[in-house]
Structures are given as C-alpha cells and as structure tokens.
Write a protein that binds this ligand. Structure first.
Ligand SMILES: [Zn+2]
Length: 482
C-alpha cells in the first residue's frame, strides 16, 4: 500500500463518480485541502483530510518511520524534483498537519524507487505501507489524452518550414505531403522499429503526466499497414503502464493510387479493413477524417455503419476545415466523440446538445498550424461538456504535452483553469470511454496520478505554461522514473 500524505490540495476528488461535466459545472473543481490518499495495489482505495486520517493508517505510517528505509534499495532517483528544496517545508498546510505529518521523513520518490517499472508487488503477502510526503504539493488525476496519432515513423520538421513559409495544410496535402508523407515512411518501417519509435513517445508522455491515451491508426492506408499500426498500439498497451484505447482510422487520407476514386478506397475500408481489424480485436473505436478535401458525410456514414456492425463506436475528426456536416453525422451515429470542431455554429451546438457525444477540442493543432480556434466559450455557455486532447501527430501537433494544452485552453479558448482541468481529466476520460477507471480521484479507480512540485495552487499549472511542474508520476500505484 502507498500512502500519500500532507497533500496541499487533492484535486478532482469524487465521492460519487460522474461520467462527465457540462456547461456551468465545468467551472467547479472538487478538491480537498490538506489531504491524504491511500493506494492499494493498482487502485485508489481511499482519501480524506489529514485530520481525519484513520488511526490504522497513522499507526502503520508511524511503524514505517521506525522501520526506516531498510529493506528498500533506493536505487535510481525517481524524480528530479524531489531532490531540490521543494520537499517538506513549513507551508501553511504543513503547520496545520497533525504530528504524523512529520513522521515519514521520506522525500517524495525516494522510498520505492527500485527500477521504476510496473513490476507488481512480487507476491508480497504483508504488503508494507510506503509513505510519500506531499507537503506543499498538489495531487491530480493523470491526464486523459483522448485523441492522438502517436504511432508514426520519422518526423516532418522539413514540412514545418513549408508551413512557416505560408503553405496551407490543404496545399501541402495536395503536393503529396502531409499525411501521405507519413504513410509512405510508415509503410517502409518494420513493425519492431515502429514500436521502438512509438515507445519513446509513450515514455515521454508518461513523464508529462498522461495516464490514459487513445491512439489511432491512419498512416498505413493499406490493409496490411493499418493492421501493423494497430498491432503496435496493442503492443504498447501490453508493455506499458498506460491505459490505452485504439481507434481504426483507415479513412485518414486518400492514398495517392486512389486519386479520383475515393469511393473505391472507402469500399476497401468498409469491405476489407473493418472486418479484419474487428476479427483480430485490434480496435476499440472507428474514426473517419470527415472534412472538406478528405472524406464526405456519405463516406463517413458508410464507414460508421460498417464499424457499428462490429461494435466499433465512432470517434471522428469533424469540422476542422469547414462546416462539413461531420458533427451532425457523428451525432446521428452516436459517436463517442467528435473532435477538432473549429467550425462549430448554432446548428452543430444544437445537434451536440441532443446527444451523448463528447465535443473534443484539439487546440495544439490550431496553435501549430496558425488556424482558427474552436468556439469553446460558446459551447460551454450553451451547456455542452468539452474535452481537450493533444492530437499528438507529426504533421499538425508534434507534442503530447497536456499541460501545454491546458495553457492553450486558457489563453486561446478563454477557458478558466477549472474548466481546462475538467476538460483534460474527467471529460477526456469520457471521450475515450475510460471514465469508469480514470479521470478523477475516486475510490476503486486506477491509481494513475501525479504529484506536482511545490506550487501555489491548481491555477499555476496552466499559468506557468513552459515549466515542468510534475514531481512524481504514479501509474497503477507504482512510482515511475522521470
Ligand atoms: Zn487527429
């Protein structure tokens, strides 16, 4: 068991777990000041105020102190932040804490360093209590990044220069650049190498505080290569501590050899790819790039219908480039989420209000491409929920930094800090169908959290937009090496 004590603020706590938060509710953030959090195995067991810390835990924590660090080998340093002077000090919260607050002089991260790998408890029957002191620090549920394309080969920084020089996304795509560039490279990259490159990105986002991620195919664009991508996603799911969901995005772009024969490519997606993907159980969801210059509403209907036949719910790219009808077709097919939404008017909002579909905004892409931002204020003001995700991909958003996405939400979408935190935790979890296990600090949910460095409050996270403020990452109840 792991006890995190003296937490200055335990953020996004829920006694009664909610599926999502909408409209005005998005600006409130449930928290407990001066809190403790108990993790048992890979789950959150309990939490509360320090003054209400159960006697049993007080005694265990105290025994832990007397035992000292024997039996643990403080091998690698778990966090860089824990070494500096931001550990236990006389914060106002610390002064109020009961004496137990001073009992475990174990700097955060030092206690259960080990290899940092999620190796489990090695059959420990009398699971000792480990204690982390979070004086002056905040604890958040890990980010739920519900829209990424982080399995890809190579990178596209040369094309980035074309963008700086003013070529539009569509112009670059028409020149055979963009997604098709990534597809060509991916087709030439062996599965093991693709896994290796993608694993680096997964390890990067773990350090940045992400605890659940959705990853799409869509750079294969042939049946074999789409399957290859989805197998890499499955391997990442099996070999890393992240909660991972996968989406099949065969209709990401039209392969060059199908130029002028879009419907024939959709035939391949519907008749060949979807059945194979479903039979191998390789995808949780189905995605379509439904937008001007990509796939039409009719194409999208055909693909969503084919997916639905196999139980694959939609999570679609919509209204990034135009009022494309993508939002409405997503809602008609009860998509789990519709994502991007830069072009969202009253009709689109009405459609979403009458649905269970999560509107998901990807401000990293609009930022990177210098394009229009979605009308988040209007959406929240109309009573809609909003999720935000990184869209981590090589062409339009080469970053999986969800803390920066929160900053963009505040600065560019004019959302307040409480709204952006809701958008990247509970609503993000809902947008990828994992709200039962992630997205908040709730009893029985997965122990995927991060502990910040000493910061004034939760508002500081989006405010200090370039600072690394994460001290310790815990996934499945295990401290991860940062
Ligand atoms: Zn995307």
């Amino acid at each position: 068991m792991l006890l995190v004590k003296n937490i200055k603020k335990l953020v996004q706590v829920e006694d009664e777990p909610r599926r999502k938060v909408s409209g005005k509710e998005m600006s409130s953030l449930p928290f407990i000041d001066n809190a403790w959090l108990l993790i048992n195995g890979n789950l959150i067991e309990d939490f509360g105020r320090m003054e209400d810390l159960p006697v049993r835990l007080r005694e265990l924590a105290s025994a832990e102190r007397h035992k000292g660090p024997s039996g643990t080998e403080a091998g690698g340093k778990v966090s860089s932040g824990g070494k500096r002077g931001d550990a236990p000090s006389a914060t106002e919260q610390g002064r109020d804490a009961p004496e137990i607050g001073r009992s475990a002089d174990i700097p955060s991260g030092e206690k259960n360093a080990g290899s940092g790998r999620p190796a489990g408890e090695k059959g420990n029957t009398t699971d000792p209590l480990r204690v982390l002191d979070a004086s002056g620090k905040l604890v958040f549920p890990s980010f739920c990044d519900s829209h990424t394309h982080l399995v890809y080969a190579g990178s596209r920084e040369i094309e980035y220069i074309d963008k700086i020089r003013g070529l539009s996304y569509e112009e670059i795509a028409k020149r055979g650049g963009g997604i098709l560039n990534s597809a060509k490279l991916l087709q030439q990259t062996p599965e093991d190498e693709l896994y290796r490159q993608s694993l680096e990105r997964v390890e990067e986002i773990i350090k940045l505080g992400t605890g659940a991620v959705e990853i799409k195919s869509g750079y294969g664009l042939t049946t074999a290569d789409e399957i290859k991508m989805l197998r890499v996603i499955r391997r990442l799911r099996d070999t890393t501590p992240l909660i991972i969901r996968s989406s099949f995005l065969g209709a990401h772009a039209l392969p060059a050899e199908y130029k002028g024969r879009r419907e024939e490519y959709v035939d391949v997606v519907v008749n060949e790819m979807v059945p194979m993907v479903a039979e191998e159980g390789l995808a949780d969801y189905i995605d379509v790039f439904c937008d001007r210059g990509f796939f039409s509403v009719q194409d999208t209907e055909r693909i969503l219908e084919a997916g639905n036949k196999y139980g694959l719910r939609g999570k679609i790219h919509a209204n990034e480039l135009d009022y494309s009808g993508g939002i409405q077709v997503g809602v008609r097919y009860n998509a789990l989420s519709v994502d991007h939404l830069e072009f969202t008017g009253q009709d689109e909002i009405e459609a979403l209000l009458a649905s269970d579909t999560m509107p998901t905004l990807l401000p990293g892409a609009a930022f990177f491409l210098g394009m229009e931002y979605p009308p988040a204020r209007k959406m929240i003001g109309s009573g809609l929920p909003v999720a935000m995700a990184s869209d981590y991909n090589p062409g339009s958003s080469p970053s999986g930094n969800m803390k920066f996405i929160m900053s963009l939400g505040c600065i560019k979408l004019k959302m307040v800090p409480e709204e952006v935190i809701n958008a990247v935790t509970i609503n993000g979890a809902c947008a990828m169908g994992v709200e039962g296990t992630a997205g908040s600090i709730a009893r029985g949910k997965r122990a995927n959290i991060y502990i910040t460095k000493s910061i004034p409050g939760h508002e500081f996270m989006p405010y200090a937009y370039g600072s690394d403020l994460i001290d310790t990452v815990i996934l499945n109840g295990e401290v991860q090496v940062r």
